[in-house]
Design a protein around this ligand. Structure first.
Ligand SMILES: Cc1ncc(COP(=O)(O)O)c(C=O)c1O
Length: 406
């Protein structure tokens, strides 16, 4: 909320579908969509009905008992992502934190490997970047870490397979945690062969691979895992899958599940460090069932991706018309503008493109003309309620901005 351009955030009064209204009565086309938490659109009717039924008619938001909705959602996530067993959290952050603990427990190895400028939530072990000299360091601004994260974590650049192989070689890394394409430092797509090579490097060293699909769910109903036939050992998720209600989820392969079962000393039921009182609560799971069953369906993803194609074509057309050397990268229903002619190949290169003033100008120019982009970056996301008119309005205003800049 502090990050919105313009000195203060708008105050939201109401939101429905792809639109937000502020307390002054201004209406905005929302391409930020709660930075993915509202990828299903704001208050989609099936979710409203399911939540009202669970909270009102049936009763019991939190009963500390599984519901049939949990079984349904677990099976649906298995169908989409191919992991056999699922467990729930209240945020993607927690899903990642618990997945890391489980990986360390079953491998009995101390380290985690992440890519420089990744973001997986406020997970201590992931707050490591490479400095200018290529040395690991605690991420700038890291607030009160209990231990220096370079003690727990190894780091290299995304798309650098040689470095991955080197850092896994001593078989001391429990797991690699990565998004299939980085999405939190612009979008950095994997180069040809990188994800296959990563899988092989993990297999060769018996390192587990966690794929975080929290944002890359935009690629389709089963995220990049399904779209690109990836073979992770664990998948983590959150944000959008309960239509805006708090949820996180992690799925594990049969093999990982068996190894977790075989842990003799780990307390997986009570206060061992995995799980939480409201995790798997009936309300989140009712919302997730409605979201996955009726809102973020395969047909909805087809529509959202086609709209994003149109969004990207509009931006490219405007850039060409005004002869501005920027680029835009698309990942299904999600697109991100980079202030460079070619999209960056790793997190460091993408971070170097950051231009705070230009970003603020872009966001504020659009906001003043009724369009919201994600404040953290130049990202636009389509939801099932986004329309062609919404997209075309963005193209028009973006073109106006380029003309004004020139
Ligand atoms: C890839 C990824 N994983 C996990 C998270 C954490 O999600 P949350 O803040 O909802 O816990 C984020 C948040 O931006 C994310 O981008």
């Amino acid at each position: 909320m502090l990050k919105w351009a313009g000195g203060h955030p708008l105050f939201a009064a109401r939101a429905r579908g792809a639109a937000i209204e502020d307390v002054d009565g201004h209406r905005y086309v929302d391409f930020a969509l709660g930075d993915t938490g509202a990828m299903a659109g704001h208050s989609p009717q099936p979710v409203v009905d399911a939540v009202a039924r669970r909270l009102g008619e049936l009763g019991g938001a939190t009963v500390m008992l599984p519901t049939e909705d949990a079984t349904w959602v677990g099976e649906e996530l298995s169908r989409r992502f191919g992991m056999q067993l699922w467990s729930f959290a209240l945020s993607a952050t927690d899903a990642n934190r618990w997945a890391l603990r489980l990986c360390r427990a079953i491998t009995q190895r101390p380290y985690v490997l992440v890519f420089s400028h990744c973001y997986h939530g406020t997970v201590d072990e992931t707050f490591v970047t490479l400095n200018g000299g290529g040395r690991p360091r605690s991420r700038e601004g890291n607030v009160g870490p209990a231990v220096d994260p370079t003690v727990t974590t190894r780091v290299c650049e995304f798309n650098d397979l040689e470095a991955v192989e080197r850092l896994l070689a001593d078989e001391q890394v429990a797991c690699v945690l990565t998004e299939p394409a980085l999405t939190n430092i612009g979008i950095v797509p994997p180069e040809n062969g990188f994800l296959d090579g990563l899988r092989v490097a993990c297999d060769d060293t018996e390192t587990l691979l966690i794929v975080d699909e929290t944002h890359t769910l935009s690629a389709g109903p089963g995220g990049c895992t399904a779209a690109w036939s990836l073979q992770p050992d664990l998948v983590t998720l959150g944000k959008a899958i309960a239509g805006g209600l708090p949820i996180g989820a992690y799925g594990v392969s049969d093999d990982v599940a068996a190894r977790i079962e075989a842990l003799e000393e780990a307390d997986l039921m009570d206060v061992g460090g995995v799980g939480g009182t409201l995790a798997g609560n009936a309300l989140s799971l009712a919302a997730a069932r409605a979201t996955l069953g009726e809102v973020l369906t395969p047909a909805a993803f087809d529509r959202m991706t086609a709209l994003c194609d149109r969004f990207v074509a509009g931006v490219r057309g405007a850039l060409a018309e005004h002869d501005v050397p920027w680029s835009i990268v698309q990942l299904g229903a999600r697109a991100e503008l980079a202030f460079a002619p070619e999209p960056p190949r790793d997190g460091g290169a993408s971070a170097a493109l950051h231009d705070g003033e230009l970003e603020d100008l872009l966001h504020l120019f659009l906001l003043n003309r009724g369009i919201l982009l994600t404040p953290f970056h130049n990202m636009a996301l389509m939801c099932p309620a986004t329309t062609e008119e919404d997209v075309d309005r963005h193209t028009e205003v973006f073109s106006e901005l380029l003309a004004a800049l020139k």
